[in-house]
Design a protein around this ligand. Structure first.
Ligand code: GDP
Length: 344
């Protein structure tokens, strides 16, 4: 648990009611400081998200009216293809435009968070002392509601704190990666030659979520083939009139080659999102997912469906022993909800 000293510590009554003057004051101050660019305040707010703290409720309430401004770009792809290097280069490009950039590195496979992951990310350290850049890694495994409820809240915090651009980099592969990428306004799928990545990407369903494809490590043999493979696969997808056709950008992120092209393609996608109305649709879909994830977590907790809750365990034992049927058990569980329901 993060160090939560005053003004972050509110009385538990204040938390439950979420309405005492003291709680509102401290929340407002926390939000104010984060919006003022205080990285410590910001880091603490994100810790609240990571820890699923009850203090999140008043914080999110205070933040809501500041959200909706940031442009969120997700980066996804197999480990080692160059996501961090590209992220670092994008940060530099946006900083040159005078934009504030937040970076969220999400690792759905690791229970660890904080320094370790980013400590390895040498290129990010170039930006470590820049006040216009905030970098944070987050682990989501094992947390209540998982990444579907934590990642969007962290994005909200950065958005409300006034970052113009938020880059969400995912580590790991598979469904979790697809899930995280779907949080973004624009999703970059990064592949590298010689790793069979293009094929792997297709398998993981990543092809469908890519708005811009990057073939990084273009200095290596096989880059041309990777572009060709991707082009064939993208061409196979059915697209209607006016729909976005994902471009493929070749980069050598290590030297910066192709980066200007990549930034241009991302700008073009952003413009298309705007003119097509897709941005609003994506954001609404994202909000719907957020609400469902939070509501389901709350319901599960109330039903005793989370580890350590005995009512479900007791019923499970009875069903397993053949004493009652699972429908009757489910009825018993849901009937008890209003009586046992408490605030989260
Ligand atoms: P990530 O795991 O996807 O975030 O990949 P990294 O950004 O950590 O890069 C993995 C390795 O590939 C590092 O050693 C980078 O220096 C290297 N790398 C990144 N971009 C390029 C590139 O364009 N060409 C070559 N040859 N190596 C690169």
């Amino acid at each position: 648990m993060a160090d939560l000293r005053s003004p972050w510590r509110e009385s538990s009554t204040a938390e439950a009611e979420g309405s005492t003057a003291e709680a509102e004051d401290s929340t407002a101050e926390a939000v104010e400081r984060a919006r003022g660019g205080d990285p410590r305040a910001l880091a603490r707010l994100i810790s609240l998200v990571e820890n699923g703290s009850p203090k999140l409720r008043p914080v999110m309430k205070a933040l809501a009216r500041f959200t909706g401004q940031a442009r969120v770009t997700g980066l996804t792809g197999a480990p080692g293809v160059g996501k961090s290097t590209i992220t670092g280069a994008l940060v530099a490009a946006y900083r040159e435009r005078g934009l504030r950039v937040g970076v969220l590195a999400i690792d759905p496979t690791s229970p660890f968070s904080g320094g370790a992951l980013l400590g390895d990310r040498v290129r990010m350290q170039d930006h470590a002392t820049d006040e216009g850049v905030f970098i944070r890694s987050m682990a989501t495994r094992g947390h209540l509601g998982g990444l579907s409820s934590t990642a969007p809240q962290a994005l909200r915090v950065l958005d409300a704190a006034g970052f113009d651009i938020i880059l969400v980099e995912t580590v790991g592969v598979g469904q979790a990666e697809v899930e995280i990428a779907s949080l973004a306004d624009s999703t970059l799928v990064v592949v590298a030659p010689g790793m069979g990545d293009a094929i792997q990407a297709a398998k993981a369903g990543v092809l469908e979520i890519g708005d811009v494809f990057v073939v990084n490590k273009s200095d290596k043999p096989g880059a041309h083939e990777a572009v060709k493979d991707l082009r064939t696969m993208i061409a196979m997808a059915q697209r209607g009139e006016g729909e976005w056709k994902p471009p493929i950008v070749s980069t050598t992120a290590a030297s910066g080659e192709g980066l200007a092209d990549l930034v241009g393609k991302l700008d073009a996608h952003w413009s298309w999102l705007d003119s097509s109305g897709e941005r609003g649709r994506r954001r609404q879909a994202r909000a719907r997912e957020e609400i469902s994830a939070i509501a389901l977590t709350t319901l599960r907790r109330r039903l005793g469906g989370l580890p350590g809750d005995s009512p479900l365990d007791a019923l499970a034992a009875r069903v397993a022993a053949g004493e009652i049927d699972p429908y009757a058990a489910a009825d018993e569980l849901t009937a008890a909800v209003p009586g046992r329901a408490g605030p989260d």
